[in-house]
Design a protein around this ligand. Structure first.
Ligand SMILES: C[S@@+](CC[C@H](N)C(=O)[O-])C[C@H]1O[C@@H](n2cnc3c(N)ncnc32)[C@H](O)[C@@H]1O
Length: 190
């Protein structure tokens, strides 16, 4: 059994808020954009999968943990025509069609930092030119993980200028009941 499947089976899912991430509502562009194709990598049991579908997006949600995918099958039972659920290792996956938007909610921080360059290359290959990666960078301030601290200088080097335009605006701050927070940035694929 993989690490994450064990977490779900043992109900050790302290990262879950139990409600939509405040950044999702802050980025109300999701509600006003013409809905297109959105990818949610490492979707877990997050309610944003069903929420995007309710807003009219065609959602692809991927996770390697069977429990997470089973959960989403039930949570999205009324939106099966809008939601495609895939149980696989993201780092060895390629979609048949590119996405307008990737909603990166704490999948990066779940991966060991030595895998981050590979994950960034995946993100760059999954999103259309001009498309967006809405990224929530975990701030724990601690060494080790998961969740791994996503230092902003390290993020700037990882999501580099060859692939990404960074926004001018200040990041969205999403507080978490565990006393940590995420910093949200909408990056544009060049
Ligand atoms: C910290 S949890 C976040 C879950 C969800 N995004 C949320 O906000 O509740 C990380 C998720 O990424 C998934 N994951 C980690 N590594 C993965 C990989 N290589 N391929 C697919 N899923 C992965 C885990 O199974 C887990 O559901």
């Amino acid at each position: 059994m993989n690490f994450w499947e064990e977490k779900y089976q043992q109900n050790e899912t302290g990262w879950e808020r139990g409600h939509i991430n405040p950044a999702f509502h802050h980025w109300d562009q999701f509600e006003h954009m013409t809905p297109g194709r959105v990818l949610i990598p490492g979707c877990g049991r997050s309610p944003e999968v069903a929420e995007f579908a309710k807003l009219g997006w065609q959602v692809t949600a991927v996770d390697m943990a069977a429990s997470a995918i089973d959960y989403q099958h039930n949570a999205c039972a009324e939106q099966t025509n809008k939601v495609k659920l895939i149980e696989t290792d993201l780092l060895n996956w390629q979609p048949s069609e590119l996405f307008d938007l990737v909603y990166e909610q704490t999948c990066l921080c779940a991966l060991a930092p030595e895998l981050w360059a590979k994950y960034e290359a995946c993100l760059a290959s999954w999103v259309k030119p001009g498309g967006t990666v809405a990224a929530l960078f975990m701030q724990t301030g601690n060494a080790g993980g998961p969740p791994y601290h996503c230092d902003l200088d390290a993020m700037a080097a990882l999501f580099h200028n060859d692939h990404w335009d960074w926004p001018q605006q200040e990041p969205v701050v999403s507080e978490h009941p565990r006393g940590i927070h995420e910093l949200g940035f909408c990056l544009t694929r060049k």
